[in-house]
Design a protein around this ligand. Sequence first.
Ligand code: PHE
Length: 452
Amino acid sequence: MNENRSNFTSKIGFILAAAGSAVGLGNIWRFPYLVAKYGGGTFLLCYIILAITFGFTLMVAEIALGRKTGLSAIGAFKKLDKRFGFLGVLAAVVPIIILPYYSVIGGWVIKYFATFVTGGTKAAAGDDYFTTFIGGVRSPILWFALFVVFTAVVVILGVEKGIETVSKFLMPVLVVLTIGISIYVLTMDGAIEGLKYYIMPHMSDFSVKTLLAAMGQLFYSMSLAMGIMITYGSYMKKSTSLEGSVRQIEIFDTGIAFFAGLMIVPAVFIFSGGDQSALSAGPGLMFITLPKVFASMPMGGFVGTVFFILVFFAAVTSAISLMETIVSILMDRFKWKRKFTCIIVVIYVLLMGIPSSLGFGVWDFIQPIGMSILDFWDFLSNSVLMPIVALFTCIFVGFFIKPKTIIEEASAEGAAFKSKKLFTVMIKWIAPILLVLILISSVMNALGIMSL
Ligand code: PHE
């Protein structure tokens, strides 16, 4: 596999590819509903602090591990220390859990695109539109299947490059559109109250749950703790500045999430008529709130159509990187052919995704640890598995291969690595301690031993 590893030809090529994986539903769908649910500004502040310290450290470590070894996660850990081979395997489980439910949401996005393009703007803004849709059986499953098949066709044909090129042009448009929509929202009556909620932290709202949610979101949004950045790093040239690239990906990823929140959170205040419980809508928040914004704006049908097609592209590039990771692991392990492997993965994703989809309708009585099925997989990957992978990665780097190994890699060919101290302290002490605390609280919380 190693000899086929091509390099990214330019720094910007690397950044765009990594950003293509990072920017997706996590930024536009997941971040806004979490901010709304977990205290607005308090969550936002936690997220930003974590991103520039913790997220930075972990991303530098992962990319450096990949670039140093030239291998993807499973091989990379093993090569540096045989005892840590299990960590690569554990990291590989994460995308396997995420892809099915990610595709369910991807299906919702296509459905909304279809609704807007066929002139259903008014209908989509109706109060029950979303709940009726996800509560159904056939319709959400069909849209979900369409998303999976689309992703698989791209992966089978090996045309990711084509998609990436297309999305390179489309992502900036998405950024501009998101900013434009948020400006429009801010000009509406009642937006100021929502804006305050979104950007002003209230320390009294702070809880371990907020921190946990922010950290899970950080892993998710930056595609960390699942081996993906290790693989990307293995393609990165030695002459590219690691620190600079990571900072740019971070700014890009967090920036988009910030504007997505700015577009959605104040809108919740505007359209809920002061009913604050709307803030805790959960996974459906974007699908409930945005159609109301579009229905209220001039040319809303057009704006909605363009918006959902762009979100679809953002989601597809992320889904491709998830599917590609799973496919290449299986191909390496079982020596299967690419097409056959893709078909197996599609069947798996369909089988695993259907329960998540039905969990909002006919199967809503199934509530593992009190959550819907989709939320359960989301919780398991983001709040349990990813912190475990991240914790072991910190221990591995901090105490086994030592931070200097990463620092040397990050300073290869005379590149500057300014945040050496931050990196060392974070990876050895602060991050592991935080992760242990978070894991304990997340498990206790899930088991209902302690409610936070
Ligand atoms: N980071 C992506 C997002 O924000 C999700 C993703 C996770 C993509 C893991 C690839 C790998 O939507």
